[in-house]
Design a protein around this ligand. Structure first.
Ligand code: ZN
Length: 143
């Protein structure tokens, strides 16, 4: 397995010391850290949904755990807080202009028009806008 987004041996040498050569103590890692990092890079660089990742990178759960660990490590490093939205938050279904929850945009549909207010949305930008507001919405809902 080799994809154009994979780290070369020289690129992997810099961060490799940050990863334990083994998984949990007493257990041998089934999927190498390098493979998981390559999967994350593939996802970030292609912009493809998780479900389209090459199967050769391994199971979704292992890649996701690695991604979460890296985010937690980086936010800790920079003294910031990692805010994790509820997994069922409808970030792509909700209109970021009027807040009305619509049906799921069709697969492969990059843009959509809100049937309630007529706003035209880029699917990913709309989801990102909603996710950026998620912490504020939680505070408002709790008040
Ligand atoms: Zn709307």
């Amino acid at each position: 397995m080799a994809y154009s987004t994979d780290l070369t041996d020289a690129q992997w040498n810099a961060p490799r010391g940050l990863f334990s050569p083994r998984g949990r103590p007493g257990r041998r890692a089934r999927i190498s850290a390098r493979r998981k990092v390559n999967a994350i890079l593939w996802l970030a660089r292609t912009g493809a949904p998780w479900r389209y990742r090459p199967r050769a990178y391994g199971p979704w759960g292992a890649i996701w755990q690695q991604f979460r660990r890296q985010l937690e490590y980086k936010t800790g490093w920079y003294g910031t807080e990692l805010v994790v939205a509820d997994r069922w938050f409808a970030s792509s279904k909700t209109c970021s202009d009027c807040g009305v929850r619509n049906g799921e945009p069709k697969r492969g549909q990059a843009t959509w028009v809100c049937p309630s207010c007529g706003a035209k949305h880029d699917r990913d930008l709309n989801a990102a806008t909603n996710l950026a507001r998620w912490p504020t919405l939680q505070l408002e809902a709790a008040a």
